[in-house]
Write a protein that binds this ligand. Structure first.
Ligand code: ATP
Ligand code: MG
Length: 551
């Protein structure tokens, strides 16, 4: 395995040394306090794919120790999203809250060992006793309480005898440690809150640090992969696993989180965008949430490929949107059926077209005959995109202009004879003539090749659809690093709605979530706001890399 990333190198070494009997067991541990975003997808892919690669297992564990922010709506959405990405945890769905009894017992073990004490300093006092990065802390006067008294006090905490904030349970480690997390960290606090799963059983709740490593150990996790901000917590993770003499001793490994340009990923910021209605809900196609990306038309495969392509590092960086979009484009090029759509129509009348109609039957996918063909009519009246016509075109404009020729894709070469405008000077119709002998790409002997090819739809039978066009949600690559509040950098052009676009009449069996390539325009996906006959499309990604141009 020469191309192993650094986590795989650790695992390879562990397997060589028969650590954990060669097992690999990972977990994805979301806190159910928001919807999953593309950063979580990175962690999901990493954990589940490591397990797959080493024939191991990966658990899904809800890290639900904070009853204030957590909600079952989020839980359901998270389960749906991980499944949608294509991962399976079999029967290994766990909840940290299911370990509350065991965690309580472990806290008692720690007290009995003289390694934990109940502390009654006020929050302000706790802070000042803690010292700083340059100053050691000072021992709490409660540090010398006897084991018996600590056991009694902790029991009273559990029984609800004290108000919130009156006491906490702290690990007794080292107030002079250079690592602030080791300065007698709080491991239990009083919180008189209803828990969605544990209901009203508890009025004390374990802190994250007292929950995570133990939960990993209970589940016999071997490699506990997390993001870099937990690096300074690792000594505490190891200390607890050691002092509690747990059977399984998982290894915490940190990697750099995924950051993506022109978006935000923190759950708190996402909640703000949704609740303050800067976007239209959790699944707004402009968001970095998996629900949003799914609605936009990004497939699980594209997200997994993207995640894998980034590798795993210990260095924080910003990934360009272009990188993500390239994977989406690559996937859609293969999967999306082709269709012609006119976003901003100009009517074209083919004055010498005498027939009723001529049937055209282009392939659904140019590289895959097996997917069959579409069928619709070429008629006297068609629509082309306004962008494909210019009254006074520059030399390099290979589309239509007065007295110019263009080829209509799958149809004929037409010549523009006359431009008709309304009172305001806006072009409303082009009168053209067609060359009967040019159907479907044919070029009669001796005739010059027509350079421009444009798309079109038959005017009468085209279906009217709504198309939502997207730009990045923010105008700045890193809106959270700017001077002003991130909301100030919301892109006013992040969404534009085209109410009347016209699509080739071959959509009949389409369904929500299906993606198409609008020929020459990009990839688009049917939105959940659609109803039969009233299709709404989301622009998923442009046909070419729009970012490359900007650089
Ligand atoms: P946020 O900071 O976005 O609110 P979080 O870290 O609080 O997210 P958790 O539910 O605790 O969210 O995350 C579950 C797992 O996903 C954790 O292991 C966390 O490290 C990982 N994770 C979260 N954000 C990212 C990211 N941007 N890149 C990679 N992994 C991430
Ligand atoms: Mg977290």
């Amino acid at each position: 395995m020469s191309d192993a990333n650094f986590i795989e190198s650790i695992i390879n070494e562990d397997i060589k040394n028969n650590k954990n009997e060669g097992r690999v067991h990972t977990r994805f541990p979301p806190e159910p306090n928001g919807y999953l975003h593309i950063g979580h997808a990175k962690s999901i892919c990493l954990n589940f794919e490591l397990a797959e690669k080493y024939n191991g297992l990966c658990n899904l564990r809800f890290d639900d120790t904070n009853p204030d922010a957590e909600d079952e709506e989020y839980e359901r959405a998270i389960i749906e999203d991980v499944k949608w990405l294509g991962f399976d945890w079999d029967d290994r769905l766990f909840y940290s809250s299911d370990y509350f009894d065991r965690l309580y017992d472990l806290a008692v073990v720690l007290i009995k060992k003289g390694k934990a004490y109940v502390c009654g300093l006020t929050p302000e006092e706790t802070k000042s006793y803690r010292g700083s990065l340059t100053e050691p802390g000072t021992d709490s006067p409660f540090r010398s309480t006897s084991v018996e008294d600590n056991l009694a006090l902790f029991e009273q905490m559990k029984s609800g005898d004290f108000e919130e904030g009156k006491y906490v349970l702290r690990a007794k480690i080292d107030m002079a440690s250079s690592n602030m997390n080791m300065r007698d960290p709080i491991i239990y606090r009083i919180k008189k809150a209803h828990h969605p799963r544990a209901k009203d059983k508890w009025c004390i709740y374990p802190m994250y640090d007292f929950t995570h490593g133990q939960s990993d150990s209970f589940e016999a996790i071997t490699h506990s992969v997390c993001t870099l901000e937990f690096e300074d917590h690792r000594p505490l993770y190891d200390w607890l696993v050691q002092e509690l003499e747990l059977e399984h001793r998982p290894q915490q490994i940190e990697f750099a989180r995924l950051n993506l340009e022109y978006t935000v990923m923190s759950k708190r910021k996402l909640i703000q965008l949704v609740t303050e209605k800067h976007v239209h809900g959790w699944d707004d196609p402009r968001l970095s949430t998996l629900k949003g990306m799914r609605r936009r038309g990004f497939s699980p495969k594209a997200i997994r490929n993207f995640s894998r392509s980034l590798g795993v590092t210990k260095k924080n960086s910003m990934i360009s949107l272009g990188t993500l979009e390239a994977h989406v484009r690559e996937d859609l090029d293969e999967t999306a059926g082709r269709i012609m759509t006119v976003l901003d129509p100009i009517k074209v009348t083919i004055t010498n077209f005498e027939e009723d109609s001529v049937i055209v039957t282009p392939k659904i996918h140019p590289k895959d005959e097996e997917r069959g063909r579409r069928e619709f009519s070429f008629t006297k009246n068609i629509l082309i995109d306004r962008e494909d016509f210019m009254e006074d075109p520059p030399a390099k404009f290979f589309r239509l202009g007065p007295d110019r020729k263009v080829r209509l894709k799958y149809g004929y070469v037409i010549h523009c004879d006359e431009v008709i405008k309304d009172a305001s000077g806006k072009v409303v119709e082009l009168k053209c003539t067609y060359d009967k002998d040019t159907f479907g790409g044919k070029r009669p002997e001796g005739q010059k090749k027509v350079k421009g090819i444009v798309h079109w739809v038959p005017a009468e039978s085209a279906e009217k659809v709504e198309v939502r066009m997207y730009n990045p949600l923010f105008t700045e690559p890193n809106p959270l690093a700017m001077e002003k509040d991130f909301l100030e950098y919301i892109n006013p052009q992040s969404m534009t709605v085209i109410k009347e676009a016209f699509i080739e009449p071959s959509l009949s069996a389409a369904k929500v979530g299906q993606s198409f390539q609008f020929e020459r325009l990009g990839y688009f996906t049917i939105d959940s706001d659609s109803t039969e006959g009233n299709w709404v499309f989301n622009q998923t990604v442009t046909l070419k890399d729009a970012w490359a141009k900007l650089k």
